[in-house]
Design a protein around this ligand. Sequence first.
Ligand SMILES: Cc1cc2nc3c(=O)[nH]c(=O)nc-3n(C[C@H](O)[C@H](O)[C@H](O)COP(=O)(O)OP(=O)(O)OC[C@H]3O[C@@H](n4cnc5c(N)ncnc54)[C@H](O)[C@@H]3O)c2cc1C
Length: 386
Amino acid sequence: MPAQLEDSHKLAADTARDFASKRLKSLAQEIEDSQSLPAELFREMGRLGLLGLAIPEKYGGTDAGFLASAMAMEELSKASAAVALSYGAHSFLCSYNLYAHADEAQRKRYLPKLCSGEWIGAFALTEPEAGSDAASLKTKAAREGERYLLNGSKLFITNGSLAQVFLVFARTERRRGQGALSAFIVEKGFPGFSVGKDMRKLGTCGSPLSELYFKDCEVPAENLLGEEGAGLRYMLEGLDMERSVFSGMPVGIAQAALDYALAYAVKRRQFNQSLSSFQLIQEMLAQMATEIEAARLLTYQAASRLDEGLEVSKYASFAKLFGAQMAMRATQNAVQILGGYGFTKECPVERFYRDAALIGIGGGTSQIQQLIIARELLKEQAKRRD
Ligand SMILES: Cc1cc2nc3c(=O)[nH]c(=O)nc-3n(C[C@H](O)[C@H](O)[C@H](O)COP(=O)(O)OP(=O)(O)OC[C@H]3O[C@@H](n4cnc5c(N)ncnc54)[C@H](O)[C@@H]3O)c2cc1C
């Protein structure tokens, strides 16, 4: 299903492409080497309208939708997957999920500052003992008068050390399952909240990844997001949205790898001819281009379904699973085409290869996407039998 692209989609993609090529491309290596991301980039993206692509204008967004968001994600990822990851955690995991469930006062307090980049956002679901099985999380929130006291910790939180606003999932009842989880808006300065030091990682280096600690952390009752006990539904809807929009990321990483490898193959000569004249090299280039296009269409399909309010779980998992596998194959081929040079830090394909490894892990692993797809197939089959 090739999506119908409208002006708003093209504008978002063009704006992100322009910012990525003029600002991020030259900065990407510095972000990687220094393992830090300048907070100023958020304000720049805010001024360009990129931070609120899925948020209505009344709260400071541009209301361009999820397809536009996925396209922007692809463009940013071509230049810096680290920036794209932090951008996505801020704009969609924090800001959009907040918008989707917040009351009017919460929307007015948080969204304009998040959309402008004055505040940076993070999304805190994963815990040391609750990763793929996120619903088993143990952080507790106990109501005491006009506040909740949060106790527990979160692990692998993107933007942890940069953010001022955190969307935090905690257990408001002891029993497990629907109704037991709730979401809270936690500000950096709330008493009892602290952030651990940044973790070093394989790829997307520079996008901070942190542990968060809650020790009798005082959260005003008005910072409960939506309804108490509705957290599991918010989490599942948020994950479908995340997988659809973030699937632009492997497409961008792989496209950047293909562009670099193609240019190199044309220029590099061995056996008195360019690498690009060898059919074994052509096979790799053709395979990369075909799979990138397939992953792009799966992403567009999932994001368009979100825009249209259609059921998206299976389609989001298609895009994420295939994107993860495709990006690993494409970046590995790019390293291969560049030979020894591709194995060094002198060229960016080595970084693309490491960045691609995140896609099969963050936001639900590839195994979890396979389980979701199989579950949906079995549901469809059961319906056909009825
Ligand atoms: C760079 C990065 C950024 C992240 N950012 C965030 C963030 O901003 N916020 C946040 O909340 N989380 C974040 N995460 C956490 C991420 O969502 C989890 O790492 C992911 O969900 C997997 O959980 P886990 O690491 O605990 O692995 P585990 O759940 O322990 O899985 C380990 C392995 O077991 C497999 N496995 C698990 N269960 C099954 C099963 N039922 N069947 C088959 N295989 C299974 C997995 O597929 C995987 O291969 C981030 C992670 C990374 C690496």
